[in-house]
Ligand binder design. Structure first.
Ligand code: UTP
Ligand code: MG
Length: 258
């Protein structure tokens, strides 16, 4: 992986150190969360997620102070344990970056500024398809973009140990690894049991249903089709797995009335 130190502008053949604190820097829509997704979920502190946790609305700007307070508490706890951490926020304000650098320094971890310099026009265009509460007004996106461009040369002086351009690092393999590890476990290729015939159930209902799901030997209830029981506390439902639910050969599930 190639990283660049902007103070001498020489490509260094070095990896992003682990552990370290990575501060993403980029306008809304630049692709920060997409880059962040190449690190394991637990390592990413996304400000929008904290906004949602304190206010039920990831786009709620009024909740920013509370969201930052909560994010900082988690950051302190992680860095005290020397855990790799990625901050997914625009981080375009100097005081915000100064706090992050100071926190990492206090815990003796190196800091990486990962700059996502996507063109302003592209960032603006990407706002269009978003839900209303997540659309950032054009003048704000352009101001964030201008701030990002302006601060880059000064990042080493702000205390960042590494300044890396997103276009200069390779994270696709890391992303595929994360994704394929869980898929391999699902399929039992890691030597475990895998999901077996629960793969279909998960594809149909999602992973939340799996702990509640039991296949039952009760095919007489469903004219020979497989039957499953879904149970939560006092509630339980019986579902028949139909091999042709829509007359077009699609598999589906039908609730059986007791
Ligand atoms: P993100 O949702 O990752 O942007 O990408 P962001 O910087 O985190 O935005 P904010 O700050 O939370 O608002 C925005 C869009 O750009 C696409 C993503 O799929 C998403 O739809 N994208 C991102 C690309 O098409 N290519 C990329 O390399 C990165
Ligand atoms: Mg994001």
């Amino acid at each position: 992986m190639k990283t660049f130190r902007l103070d001498n502008a020489l490509p260094l053949n070095t990896t992003i150190p682990e552990p370290s604190l990575i501060c993403l820097i980029g306008a809304a829509g630049s692709g920060k969360s997409t880059w962040a997704s190449t690190w394991p979920d637990t390592q990413v502190l996304e400000l929008d997620r904290f906004r949602a946790m304190v206010s039920d609305d990831g786009g709620c700007q009024e909740s920013t102070a509370d969201a930052v307070f909560a994010l900082q508490a988690v950051l302190e706890a992680r860095l005290a344990r020397r855990k790799m951490t990625v901050i997914d926020a625009t981080n375009c304000e100097k005081s915000v970056r100064a706090d992050l650098v100071a926190t990492a320094r206090r815990h003796g971890l190196p800091t990486v500024a990962l700059v996502i310099a996507t063109l302003a026009d592209v960032c603006v265009e990407r706002q269009e398809g978003r839900p209303a509460n997540r659309q950032v007004p054009e003048h704000v996106v352009r101001a964030q973009h201008a701030a990002m461009v302006e601060v880059v040369p000064g990042l080493p002086d702000e205390g960042f140990d590494y300044v890396v351009g997103a276009e200069g690092i390779s994270r696709l393999e890391a992303l595929l690894h994360c994704v394929s590890d869980s898929r391999r476990a699902d399929l039992g290729w890691d030597g475990g049991e895998g999901l077996g015939d629960l793969l279909l159930v998960r594809r149909y209902f999602g992973p939340e249903i799996l702990p509640l799901w039991r296949w039952r030997d009760a095919s007489v209830l469903a004219d020979g089709d497989r039957v499953a029981e879904v149970r939560l506390g006092a509630d339980s439902l019986y579902l028949a797995q139909r091999t042709d639910i829509d007359g077009e050969g699609d598999v589906g599930f039908e609730v059986l009335v007791a």
